[in-house]
Design a protein around this ligand. Structure first.
Ligand SMILES: [Zn+2]
Length: 357
């Protein structure tokens, strides 16, 4: 508990327009711990509300903050229950949506009354615009196939038999509008249908054979159209699984609205220029400011060295030792890529290649 408090305490600070703020309500956004704690708290509210109310629901499913419930005690008592549920935390207020013409959406499923049973179809919010990754976008073919597969699999898993046909036509239409060739769409749909039929026919035995996990190495590289597809195949032969990441995205052209990190406060791959026009490229997990300080110390140390065969702390120190007239322009040092995204070792390799080619 002390650890949890400590983690949250330090994640609740954020910076906006050069000023530091402390978030006073709720959990810090974007930390690993927050979703778990939020769910934990939701469970506590839910259990407290359910146990302290005299009338009981006949069905209750909750996913994070969405609840699907069946209430058989009339609308008046339902209003009382909602007020009861909302009395536990003023910052956590539920709203209610009742079935309309025998239909009720829950998450991405549309539940349809078809007495004596229920039918299911796909629910799309009125604001949904059916826009998916466009086929002409600079992404690996497997990502585009993945878009088709995810849409097809979703309706095959969710839709009741009498809703499959209309949903199938709908998915074909939206994929076509997003630039996907019709033969690719139909090809994937056929294969998914066959696969699901096969899976239904024979249950997968959980013997040691299926449980044995093959040892594989995974890595991420930037995606370069055509080249990456070939490279991926070659690396696969050497038991190296590569996933490709598109580096240049449209979103990078827009301001995120967040404060930029002060260059000397960040970490990653950095570049220090020398007065001779050459650059030193390095990487650091520390903050750049601290790393530059270390460089200064090792340069001072190298200048005091008498024997040239002595070990230098860095290539930068050696360069200054060998060219004492040169000046390292520490104030012009910049971070060229941060830790986020590409693994640092790749970034360093790429940047060195860029500078010295
Ligand atoms: Zn130099």
């Amino acid at each position: 508990m002390t650890l949890v408090r400590l983690c949250n305490k330090f994640s609740l600070y954020f910076r906006f327009r050069e000023k530091f703020f402390l978030q006073v309500k709720g959990l810090p956004m974007g930390t690993v711990l927050s979703p778990f704690l939020a769910n934990f708290y939701m469970d506590f509210i839910e259990q407290s509300a359910l146990h302290s109310f005299p009338l009981k629901h006949s069905l209750w499913f909750r996913f994070v903050d969405d609840i699907l419930a069946v209430w058989e005690h009339g609308q008046n008592s339902l209003k009382v229950f909602l007020a009861h549920l909302n009395s536990f935390d003023s910052n956590l207020q539920f709203t209610i949506e009742l079935e309309d013409s025998g239909k009720l959406p829950f998450l991405d499923v549309l539940i349809i009354k078809n007495i004596p049973s229920l039918d299911f179809s796909i629910y799309r919010k009125p604001t949904h615009n059916d826009r998916y990754l466009h086929f002409s976008s600079n992404h690996p073919p497997c990502v585009k196939r993945g878009v088709v597969i995810s849409l097809v699999d979703r309706f095959l898993k969710i839709c009741s038999r009498n809703h499959v046909k209309s949903e199938l036509d709908y998915v074909k239409d939206i994929l076509f509008c997003n630039g996907y060739p019709i033969n690719l769409i139909e090809n994937i749909i056929d294969r998914r249908l066959k696969k699901i039929k096969q899976e239904n026919r024979k249950p997968v035995p959980l013997d040691s054979g299926t449980l044995a996990i093959e040892k594989k190495t995974f890595t991420t590289l930037p995606y370069v159209s055509k080249l990456s597809d070939k490279l991926g195949k070659i690396l696969k032969r050497h038991n190296l699984s590569v996933s490709f990441k598109t580096e240049q995205k449209v979103e990078h052209f827009f301001n995120s609205g967040k404060d930029k990190t002060d260059p000397i406060l960040g970490s990653g791959v950095y570049r220090v220029p020398c007065s001779c026009g050459r650059f030193y490229i390095g990487r650091t997990n520390q903050q750049l400011g601290e790393r530059l300080q270390e460089h200064k110390i090792s340069i001072d140390k190298s200048l005091r060295l008498e024997n040239k065969n002595d070990n230098f702390d860095s290539a930068l120190a050696q360069h200054i030792y060998e060219n004492p007239a040169h000046l390292v322009l520490f104030e012009e040092a910049t971070l060229i890529s941060t830790v986020n995204g590409l693994p640092q070792s790749f970034k360093e390799a790429i940047e060195i290649k860029k500078t010295y080619k």
